[in-house]
Write a protein that binds this ligand. Structure first.
Ligand code: 4AD
Ligand code: MG
Length: 497
């Protein structure tokens, strides 16, 4: 009977057929151990010499060769996954060419250039499954709350966010742009259906090579009529809790395998802290913050020294190791550790400068990446920062009382230094104020006639936000870079494969 590795627990003692690929192979004199992967899991399969022909074919199998394998399922505590298969028949589909990705250490550029193959490895498959869970949790959350999904266009005539980050496309001789956000269209839909959301790819020509920036990323954006900033913040808080709960319910083991500490995720429970931008600015400038950051810097310098010592120890063990497999194993460990050392070194180098930037933070500027990192490190849970200066934010955000010079917006910063994962606001619903803001920002009001119309025909308070899937996934999985959160990342300087 055909089955999958994920179903083996129900097949104990039975004869089954698996279809898959060779993840790895180890041969003893009279036995071949195959780690078979089939897209649902990995299972150890044993082929013994007494089985004649199939033993000979098993010996020829190379990494990633495709095959059908029949055998008896037996529970074995020692086996990864708890079950193994004693093979009785083997049908080779293809003997794979020499596979470029081995168990040995590879650099990130090499892996990225081989992303089409790297996807088959354990880490990437775990991340893609968690991504799937997150997306389903998002859809379930909005569905259960009476939202209607509205798909907004990818090709747009004007800017939705920052005009500096538009990708231009030739639209029958006319320049148009890849969408940066579905928001403006979604506001129209909210006036028709009250609670709506869109979920699609968005594009930003960001010339930023950081661990937070992709040029193509997926964003979910809810928009709600008759809502003010507090309602939007509540909605976002509920969403984040629902996402983390869904991931913890299904992926504890996966997260551990990625090396993610679960305790901070378990703390993600409502209510989150809510601070204003002005509070954040004061915090950044305070002497107390400086003291905390400098203490942390000292701790991390000590940690770096320990790691460097470990690298030296492992290098010595590597030199002394006799067997090739021992050297390979140490190579992998060293590769990871050296990468960690390098990253921490770079991080430590920039931190004194980040502390200075924070100490001299001037009210009126947007929070920079390093400022967000500092604020988020000071909170054990995600934290909402609200009411930014008007000049630092987009034209559509609702102005607070004129004297405050701020807008009714919020950013949600993820903990552990991950920074912004959600940006949103209440929208300006007054015609004259909105038109003035469009002009002040150097945009052509004629391009936004349709958008301004919403404020002429039954305007209501409303608002929404956008959550970036990749940044959220990167935080939840504890990854260092968003490039590993999507199957085929688009980054400045990377469009292959
Ligand atoms: O803060 P942003 O630019 O907000 C908007 O686009 C609003 N129109 C959303 C709304 O109110 N409907 O982007 C929202 C989120 C960010 O918090 C971040 O998670 C993600 O989108 N994001 C990016 N993710 C990866 N790479 C980039 N270059 C990103 N830019 C934004
Ligand atoms: Mg933002």
């Amino acid at each position: 009977m055909n089955t999958t590795i994920s179903e083996l627990a129900r097949q104990d003692g039975k004869t089954v057929t698996l279809q898959g690929w060779v993840y790895s192979k180890r041969s003893g004199g009279k036995v071949v151990f195959l780690q078979l992967r089939d897209g649902t899991g990995i299972c150890q399969c044993i082929v013994e010499a007494k089985d004649g022909d199939i033993f000979e074919s098993a010996k020829d199998l190379t990494q990633e060769s495709s095959l059908r394998l029949t055998g008896v399922v037996r529970a074995d505590e020692r086996a990864p996954g708890g079950f193994e298969i004693a093979a009785t028949a083997l049908d080779v589909i293809q003997i794979a060419d020499e596979y470029p990705i081995s168990r040995k250490a590879h650099g990130i550029d090499f892996l990225m250039s081989n992303r089409h193959l790297w996807l088959r490895s354990r880490g990437p498959t775990i991340v893609l499954r968690i991504r799937h869970t997150i997306i389903k949790a998002i859809r379930d959350y909005f569905d259960a709350d009476g939202f209607t999904l509205v798909d907004t266009p990818v090709l747009t005539p004007g800017a939705g966010e920052d005009a500096q980050t538009l990708f231009e496309v030739d639209y029958f001789g006319e320049p148009v742009y890849l969408t940066q956000t579905g928001q403006l269209y979604l506001e129209c839909a909210a006036m028709a259906l009250r609670k709506v959301y869109c979920f699609g790819p968005t594009f930003r020509a960001e010339k930023s090579k950081t661990r937070r920036h992709l040029t193509e990323f997926w964003m979910v954006e809810p928009e709600v009529a008759f809502a003010e900033l507090d309602d939007i913040v509540d909605l976002a808080e509920g969403l984040i809790c629902a996402i983390v709960e869904a991931v913890l319910a299904r992926h504890e083991q996966d997260l551990l395998e990625l090396g993610r500490d679960l305790a901070p995720l378990r703390r993600v429970q409502a209510p989150f802290d809510r601070i204003t931008y002005t509070d954040a600015a004061e915090t950044l400038r305070s002497a107390e913050t400086r003291a905390l950051l400098e203490e942390e810097l000292e701790r991390d310098r000590a940690r770096l020294a320990e790691w460097e010592q470990t690298v030296a120890d492992l290098e010595r063990q590597h030199d002394e190791a006799k067997k090739a497999w021992q050297k390979d194993k140490l190579d992998v460990e060293l590769q990871h550790l050296r990468q960690d050392v390098q990253e921490l070194e770079r991080d430590l180098e920039s931190r004194p400068q980040h502390i200075e930037l924070a100490q001299n933070f001037a009210w009126g500027k947007d929070l920079g990446g390093s400022d967000e990192t500092i604020i988020s490190k000071l909170h054990a849970k995600p934290v909402f920062v609200t009411d930014y200066p008007r000049e630092a934010k987009a034209f559509y955000m609702k102005q607070s009382a004129e004297s405050a010079g701020t807008v009714r917006n919020m950013d949600l910063l993820a903990p552990d230094g991950y920074g912004e994962i959600i940006g949103g606001s209440q929208r300006e619903e007054q015609v004259d104020v909105l038109v003035r803001r469009i002009q002040e920002q150097g945009l052509d009001p004629a391009d936004y006639d349709w958008y301004v119309d919403l404020r002429k025909y039954g305007t209501v308070p409303h608002g929404g936000f956008g959550l970036g899937v990749e940044r959220t996934l990167s935080w939840i999985c504890g990854l260092k870079h968003v490039r590993e959160t999507i199957a085929f990342p688009r980054l400045m300087g990377r469009i292959y494969p």
